[in-house]
Ligand binder design. Structure first.
Ligand code: ADP
Length: 290
């Protein structure tokens, strides 16, 4: 209820602040039923007329899937704008890959994280009504729950896509540098395939642990370059694999995974798989390799 929300969120302090993003600060809180939650609290004036906020609420209140971060509640009264989400105790995928969270993600776990987030996105694209394009798929928007199950978060940039506007959205280009679909950037024609591109970049992050742009270099281009070189130079690819999985682990399905990632980041959207095709392909990899 609103009263309960007000109570549990009334004592915001720096000690329970867990992060901040484009929207405002994020706090850890607890509902009286004992459920731990993450509360996104909008900075005053960060929302234009609250429209963005209401859009996010409407989207989230309709969407339920085990690979999407669930919205527990919300309030936008008395000048406060707050969204209350399930709390994800293991933070973001980006934090894990950069070694900040102290969680080692082995290769098998990375495959499962890829499959889980792909299922969440496939749901948004194909089963949500109307379809939802995320628009800001990135490793810092993939959260890990207590079982390290991947859940896709942050629909702040999503827009409802109705049939009439599908593919013809003419608003400004949004997204995060390094994850941005080059075709969308050029044409401003937004489709689900832009999420597929960004997701391909996340898959490359799972392989390399590198950020999409490091020291001015795009990982997509680096990987493409070493893959196009002849066999004896393939050690270049080995060098790009995250050292924490490179030597110690059986990288079953690695070749196929990399091939899929490279299909996702094809320059031309038509050459990329759909999210549900990707889900099927990832399921096959996981089945074949135990
Ligand atoms: P951005 O706008 O940059 O995507 P967010 O506002 O979504 O950032 O989140 C900022 C940070 O808060 C995240 O990087 C994460 O560490 C933390 N966070 C967000 N949502 C949750 C959640 N549901 N559970 C736990 N931590 C969260």
């Amino acid at each position: 209820s609103y009263d309960e929300l007000k109570k549990c969120t009334s004592n915001f302090s720096e000690s329970n602040e867990i992060g901040s993003g484009g929207y405002g600060k994020v706090y850890r809180g607890m509902l009286s039923v004992g459920q731990v939650v993450a509360i996104k609290r909008a900075q005053q004036g960060s929302m234009q007329g609250g429209i963005e906020f209401k859009t996010e609420i409407e989207l989230l209140s309709r969407v339920h899937h085990k690979n999407l971060v669930g919205l527990v509640g919300f309030c936008f009264e008395q000048g406060e704008q707050m969204l209350v989400y399930e709390f994800m105790p293991n933070g973001t995928l980006r934090e894990s890959l950069s070694g900040k969270s102290g969680i080692h993600l082995d290769w098998k776990r990375r495959l499962r994280i890829a499959l889980g987030s792909a299922r969440g996105l496939a749901y948004l694209h194909e089963l949500a009504n109307p379809p939802i394009i995320h628009r800001d798929v990135k490793s810092s928007n993939i959260l890990l729950d207590e079982n390290l199950t991947a859940k896709v978060a942050d629909f702040g940039l999503s827009k409802l896509v109705s049939d009439s506007s599908k593919g013809h959205v003419s608003t400004q280009v949004k997204g995060t540098l390094g994850y941005l679909d080059p075709e969308y950037y050029m044409t401003q024609q937004l489709t689900e395939k832009s999420d597929v591109y960004s997701f391909g970049v996340v898959m490359l992050e799972l392989v390399t642990a590198k950020q999409p742009i490091e020291k001015g270099k795009y990982v997509v281009r680096e990987v493409r370059m070493v893959m196009n070189k002849n066999d004896e130079e393939h050690y270049g690819l080995t060098n790009m694999i995250d050292p924490s999985i490179r030597n110690t682990e059986n990288l079953a399905g690695f070749g196929r995974f990399l091939e899929l990632a490279m299909q996702c980041v094809e320059d031309s959207a038509a050459d990329r798989p759909t999210m549900s095709e990707l889900v099927k392909a990832l399921e096959t990899i996981l089945q074949n390799d135990g």
